[in-house]
Design a protein around this ligand. Structure first.
Ligand code: BMA
Length: 258
């Protein structure tokens, strides 16, 4: 628990499922006032959180959601830009629509929400932004050209926000590897078909590629987000925090056994 998170107004984008849902839960447990923005309001909502139907890629949607939050709760202390999508395609087979969709949600979404919240945070002389990037901002998989580009862009935007609005706003990025989410289930399904047993086998296989021997859990990513949003990380800004079970440090080359 981080005591300073108690009573803070925290917006979480993409809070309806996967990592976002775990972040919503974590901040509710920290006694923050949590507002989840997502395109679909989930049926299984976290008790104590507020949900607003918002497409982060649409500036008008974002403006009206954040105005409503400010109207109701007077301020925004913490912004967690978590909403993101992934499609599998190399550059040649990425059509314009797919490219725009991925960039608009994964990158422009952060521009939209941050642009609405930053003036208020600057006015308060206090604010915290955490952006969801990916280990794919460092090491990449094949056939994810637009997604990989978007996650690299998130790092640049994170650094720009950190530098431009210091010392009042801190902004950091979280870089997860394979995490047990619907996004990763979908990736597995595209490889092995719609078969739960095979999907689980694939996820175990992927897990073995990570030095810690397994894929990550959503709460493990939420832990990192809570740390970065809290005063415990008070001298950290513009940073990239890997939550990747060591995946990014591993070269896929064997060496002689000792
Ligand atoms: C994430 C997603 C996952 C992938 C992981 C590790 O950003 O791309 O589908 O398993 O990176 O490469």
């Amino acid at each position: 628990m981080y005591e300073d998170l108690s009573g803070k107004v925290a917006i979480v984008t993409g809070g309806s499922k996967g990592i976002g849902k775990a972040i919503v839960k974590r901040f509710v447990n920290e006694n923050s006032i949590v507002i989840s923005l997502s395109r679909h309001i989930p049926e299984d909502r976290i008790d104590g959180a507020f949900y607003m139907k918002t497409d982060v890629s649409k500036l008008s949607d974002v403006k009206s959601a954040i105005n409503e939050v400010i109207g109701r709760y007077k301020t925004v202390d913490i912004l967690i830009n978590n909403a993101g999508i992934e499609e599998y395609s190399n550059l040649s087979s990425t059509d314009e629509n797919m490219w725009d969709n991925i960039m608009n949600i994964n990158v422009k979404g952060i521009y939209n929400t941050s642009r609405e919240c930053i003036p208020l945070m600057m006015n308060n002389h206090r604010g915290n932004i955490v952006n969801m990037s990916s280990v794919q901002a460092q090491i990449i998989t094949k056939n994810a050209a637009a997604y990989v580009t978007s996650k690299h862009a998130v790092i640049g935007l994170t650094k720009s926000i950190a530098l431009d609005y210091a010392p009042y706003i801190r902004c950091n990025a979280v870089l997860p590897a394979t995490i047990d989410t619907p996004l990763v289930d979908k990736a597995a399904m595209l490889e092995v078909g719609n078969n739960t047993e095979l999907i689980n086998k694939k996820k175990l296989e992927w897990g073995k590629e990570h030095p810690l021997g397994r894929i990550g859990r959503v709460d493990e990513v939420a832990n990192a987000v809570a740390f970065l949003a809290s005063d415990e990380s008070s001298f950290i800004t513009g940073a990239s925090l890997f939550v990747d079970g060591g995946l990014s440090i591993k070269a896929p080359i064997s060496t002689p056994e000792e």
